[in-house]
Ligand binder design. Structure first.
Ligand code: PMP
Length: 340
């Protein structure tokens, strides 16, 4: 018998999938951790579960309480799922620039959604700051209390990957993993997996795949937080050293433009049947670069963060892609080849 006692027990233990074309092109084994197969359909389910469990364990959150968070979407979906399963409510503050699909999913799941203009972190009206203030206010007014999930600086997020994602990758590869690389939103995934794998193999190579417009590539390459350019990716691209990133050292940082990441998404869809979101394209493009740098014969793991349908209106929208100067996959505009 294999029965999970509720959806929370279905979080994690995702498969590791060999990416055939990337592996063949580099002579390495390039493996993707299939996080889109989590029940909330992204890597953030793990962080959501650990953040809520930690708040419950600390007594900061009680059954019937409210979880408040600022999120690009996936963390909110994970929090709403975990909260529903545990009899709690969620209030989610989201920048209005995020995909309609993620907002619709959050509303469908019963999260109370607060859309705010997308402004930089330094601005007091930034979505993260708004969620912090709302949580502080609601902690006073909600009968069962309210907590701010604070995914960027709450290290329960990183701990999810120290205790689950990293050890799973180690077990699944039988300890034969030479490199790990992914993009950073909060840094929980990269820093947590790096910590778990380095504990088991101190000389493992840790790479960063940073989108344009983020400041971490320059930080890990030169020590200075500097950004330029922009990206259509969502959920990744950090401008500061979050608490989850503190203590992380990156061996090989790369900056991945959309012109490299988005074709990687389409290539995986067309040839391997994997329909992934844009951050997975950054990750896979980064894994290919790391493989080329390390040379043939290495095993490199990256993260397939979420599913492509979450970005239908952008990633598979010819007008949107053209407006960003990105290639349009030919099958999107092609009619059927046969008559009905
Ligand atoms: N990809 C997507 C689609 C995400 O939503 C996130 C989280 N915001 C990430 C990658 C990055 O994960 P982390 O927060 O662990 O750095």
């Amino acid at each position: 018998m294999d029965i999970r006692d509720g959806v929370l027990e279905a979080i994690g233990n995702t498969p590791l999938i060999r990416l055939k074309r990337a592996s063949e092109a580099t002579g390495c084994d390039i493996l993707g951790k299939a996080e889109f197969l989590n029940p909330g359909q992204s890597v953030k389910d793990r962080a959501a579960l650990f953040i809520i469990q930690d708040a419950l364990a600390r007594g900061a959150l009680k059954p019937g309480g409210v979880i408040v968070e600022g999120t690009a979407g996936n963390t909110g979906i994970g929090l709403a799922m975990v909260a529903n399963a545990l009899g709690m409510r969620t209030v989610i503050v989201i920048p209005e620039t995020q995909s309609q699909e993620k907002k619709d999913t959050l509303r469908a799941m019963g999260a109370e959604l607060v859309e705010v203009p997308a402004v930089p972190y330094a601005n007091p009206n930034n979505y993260v700051k708004v969620s912090e203030r709302m949580a502080a206010r609601m902690a006073e007014t909600e009968p069962q209390g309210a907590v701010w999930a604070n995914q960027f600086d709450n290290v329960a997020n990183r701990q999810a990957h120290v205790e689950t994602t990293g050890p799973e990758i180690w077990e699944q590869t039988g300890g034969r993993v030479d490199g790990f690389i992914c993009a950073v939103g909060t840094g929980g995934t990269l820093a947590g997996v790096a910590q778990a794998l380095r504990e088991r193999r101190p000389d493992i190579v840790i790479g960063l795949a940073d989108p344009m417009g983020a400041a971490l590539y320059s930080y890990y390459a030169t020590g200075v937080l500097e950004s330029s350019g922009n990206s259509i990716t969502e959920g990744i691209g950090q401008g500061r050293i979050t608490r989850n990133l503190e203590g992380l050292s990156v061996d090989v940082p790369f900056q991945i433009p959309d012109e490299e990441a988005i074709p990687a998404v389409f290539d995986l869809l067309e040839h391997e049947g994997l329909c992934l979101g844009p951050s997975s394209g950054v990750n896979v493009a980064g894994a290919i670069r790391l493989a080329r740098q390390m040379g043939p014969g290495h095993t490199i793991v990256t993260v397939l963060c979420d599913y492509g349908t979450r970005y239908q209106s952008r990633l598979f929208n010819p007008e949107f892609l053209r407006s960003k100067g990105l290639p349009v996959p030919p099958w999107i505009e092609r009619g059927p080849s046969v008559e009905p």
